[in-house]
Ligand binder design. Structure first.
Ligand SMILES: [Zn+2]
Length: 443
């Protein structure tokens, strides 16, 4: 490439400016910021700590001290959050930024794939990302775009580039299922309709799909191991299995070779068993876990990402087959959650946001976790240090300790006494930059 004259002149001028520029103040990211609050839940410790000062520089936490420590940096910018409780930025490990609920009155799932231009869906994904950040969720694992291709990679690039606000994203792109294993469905066979996931048949196609998705930016691979659910004659929840163990193993083998992991949507039964036998790293939803499957998850170190709240919304009438199915999904999930928690299965916070509208509060999941046996601290850790561990980010996010990214949130009151406080996040800092502050004084 030849540089044309005006560009060359500009370059020369720039170089001269850089050479002549006096030493300037450190850029904002390098300035030292001290955030003080009445309490800290650091994401790892078993108890909270009173009266803290978190010292931040270069987007990272450099120290956690007492609020009145005599040697806090004097020239730092101070953000005093008063009597609020400080926590690590929250992490939701199961979201769909490109899905806007499945409300039948708004056309349900199908209309989003059939009638909405991709730019419209991307615009709404931008709003969803912003909403997540406003609620204190500074990291999401977004588990597939539902027919919007590699749109999540683009949203992630826009966030990372600073063009739009949003959480750190771990994206899976298109997700994988089999022929007959994902919507859109129910159209005349003569009409080709888009599908909400990449459909494969056989281990060769399975591996190829994983390669394509990884090549185009997938941080994780998402696989649908069950499809739909209904009640059998005895009233048991059943689901259609999709991939074979051989197909799944090809995906897991390929993905692990890239140093990445595989998340498996699995409700129960044969499909969930294949998910475990094929080596999935996380079971998504896991509505109906048997004792033997819980034991296998413990043995294999498999993560469990339950999504409780979403199964309490939009129930069909009780006297219909779908209504009975809806109620059984919630009740079976409760039993499985308690069982997994008691056995010590690793549990990370997930919601299926997008499966329900983004206008819903993400934090509504916390009280469900607590109602089913978690302590408030365990629930908080499921969305902080445990979720970070699932993402291979332990020590970097989900914790307020030296060396971690300065992703911080604060709420009024004590979320250990009332976990519902987490639905009202008043302060959000992401990598040292304040995104939202409705309570603190800065000086
Ligand atoms: Zn989902």
């Amino acid at each position: 490439m030849t540089i044309c004259f005006p560009a060359r002149a500009l370059l020369a001028a720039l170089l001269a400016f850089v050479a002549a520029a006096p030493a300037r103040a450190a850029p904002a990211a390098e300035r030292t910021v001290v955030v003080t609050a009445a309490a800290l839940i650091d994401g790892v410790a078993a108890t909270s700590r009173a009266n803290v000062a978190v010292v931040i520089r270069g987007g990272r936490i450099v120290a956690v001290r007492d609020r009145d420590a005599p040697d806090l940096p004097a020239d730092a910018e101070r953000i005093d959050l008063g009597n609020a409780t400080l926590l690590p930025g929250l992490i939701d490990t199961h979201t769909h930024l490109f899905l806007q609920g499945e409300v039948p009155a708004e056309g349900g799932y199908d209309v989003q794939l059939l009638k909405q231009p991709l730019a419209f869906r991307a615009a709404r994904a931008v709003v969803a990302a912003r909403r997540a950040l406003e609620q204190g969720f500074t990291t999401l694992r977004d588990v597939e775009t539902e027919g919007a291709g590699y749109g999540d990679v683009g949203i992630k690039q826009a966030i990372d580039g600073g063009y739009i606000p949003g959480p750190r994203l771990f994206v899976v792109t298109r997700a994988i299922s089999t022929t007959g294993g994902y919507p859109l469905e129910g159209y005349a066979p003569e009409i080709e309709v888009p599908k909400g996931a990449q459909l494969i048949d056989g281990p060769v196609e399975a591996r190829k799909a994983a390669r394509q998705q990884l090549d185009h930016g997938a941080d994780w691979i998402k696989v649908y191991m069950t499809h739909r659910s209904w009640l059998d004659a005895a009233g048991n929840l059943v689901s259609q299995p999709t991939l074979t163990v051989e197909e799944l193993r090809a995906i897991v083998d390929e993905t692990h070779g890239w140093g990445r992991k595989v998340a498996c949507h699995a409700y129960g039964g044969i499909g969930l068993q294949r998910a475990l036998d094929g080596g999935c790293d996380s079971i998504e939803h896991g509505l109906d876990l048997t004792d033997a499957q819980v034991a296998q998850m413990l043995r294999q170190g498999t993560w469990y990402v339950p999504t409780l709240a979403v199964y309490y919304s939009d129930w069909d009438p009780a006297d219909t087959p779908d209504g009975q199915r809806d109620r059984k999904r919630a009740s079976a999930h409760e039993v499985s959650f308690r069982k997994a928690l008691k056995a010590g299965v690793k549990i990370a916070f997930g919601t299926d946001m997008g499966g329900m509208p983004w206008s819903e509060p993400i934090a509504q999941e916390f009280p469900h976790e607590v109602a089913l046996g978690m302590t408030a601290m365990q629930a908080i850790q499921s969305a902080t240090s445990r979720a970070a561990e699932l993402l291979g980010m332990e020590g970097k996010i989900g914790v307020v300790r030296e060396g971690a990214y300065a992703d911080l949130v604060a709420v009024q009151g004590d979320p250990l006494a009332d976990v519902a406080r987490l639905a009202d996040v008043a302060f959000v800092m992401q990598a040292g930059k304040v995104f939202k502050n409705t309570l603190g004084a800065t000086h």
